[in-house]
Design a protein around this ligand. Structure first.
Ligand code: ATP
Length: 274
């Protein structure tokens, strides 16, 4: 299945949160939806799940509008900062309701709660920040929808719980699923994702497979007074410190191989999102 966005634009009064974004999400992939604070990631996710409406553009899931077509709508689930739960309701009751109204298994939700040591006899509101995220992650991990959008799924999670979440997410993934993870912990999710979508000031500036993207990125370290020919490369960052000069670039540079280093996704992110 393919979820396509064509020229999606969304403004909040004078803020263009999404600016003519065109892209697609396909089953069989885990995407990292990256961007600085306020870049437009949540707006994109909310637009795809009908929580807000785009001003312009179209969204289609295998040709059908997932906002209006009930069948298409049932293929997309998102979890984010919004809370649609009844105030004071215990998590166990919410799990029972979700098991009744959706395809989720109550036993599976309880089993995951056990793994995270989430107290389901307590109201969702009385959980700590991390446990509120875990509660929502459990709803997402047990969802039967093909497209799952995780908006900040590791917000407030300690390192052990983040590791458990990544492990469970990979166990749940299969070629009929599409997972989209929006987070600021780029280094950690870099190991899980196969594709990168990077939004900057509402525009989609990177939309590539992770391996292909990283294979073309390099860093070279130079002495402060050393000059090289930069004509055949795209310079993404050029920094000079008292220790020397460091250049992050795309392309091939004619220089000794042992002076060239790899660049990771987080370094790339910092270089391009200025
Ligand atoms: N309900 C709203 N009313 C007005 N402006 C909004 C609203 N929601 C989002 N915005 C603005 O739209 C822009 C994009 O916000 P969005 O929440 O999509 O960013 P984000 O990439 O998810 O950010 P973060 O990583 O900080 O959560 C921001 O400038 C934000 O202030």
């Amino acid at each position: 299945m393919i979820l396509t966005l064509d020229n999606i634009t969304k403004s909040y009064s004078n803020i263009k949160a999404l600016d003519s974004v065109s892209t697609k999400f396909e089953t069989g992939h885990i995407y990292g939806l990256l961007g600085r604070n306020g870049a437009g990631k949540s707006t994109m996710i909310k637009t795809l799940t009908g929580k807000i409406f785009a001003d312009e553009g179209t969204i289609a899931l295998d040709g059908k509008d997932p906002i209006t077509d009930e069948g298409a709508k049932r293929n997309i689930y998102s979890v984010g900062e919004e809370n649609y739960f009844v105030s004071g309701e215990k998590i166990k009751k919410i799990f029972k309701e979700y098991a009744y109204y959706t395809n989720r298994s109550f036993d599976e939700m309880c089993m995951l709660a056990d793994k995270f040591e989430l107290n389901i006899n307590k109201s969702w509101e009385k959980q700590s920040t991390g446990y509120r995220t875990i509660f929502k992650d459990i709803l997402a991990l047990t969802a039967s929808e093909s497209f799952i959008f995780f908006d900040e799924p590791i917000l407030g999670l300690d390192a052990t719980h983040r590791d458990l979440f990544y492990q469970l997410m990979l166990e749940k993934f299969n070629l009929d699923k599409c997972f989209v993870i929006s987070t600021h912990l780029i280094e950690e999710v870099s190991k899980l994702i196969d594709s990168v979508k990077l939004i900057h000031h509402g525009k989609l500036i990177v939309d590539e497979e992770k391996e292909a993207l990283l294979a073309n990125l390099h860093r070279v370290s130079l002495n402060s007074n050393e000059s090289i020919d930069l004509q055949n490369i795209v310079v993404l960052e050029d920094k000079t410190t008292p220790l020397g000069r460091s250049i992050i670039y795309k392309g091939e540079l004619n220089i000794e191989e042992d002076r060239i280093n790899n660049v990771d996704l987080q370094e790339y992110f910092i270089a391009v999102c200025k």
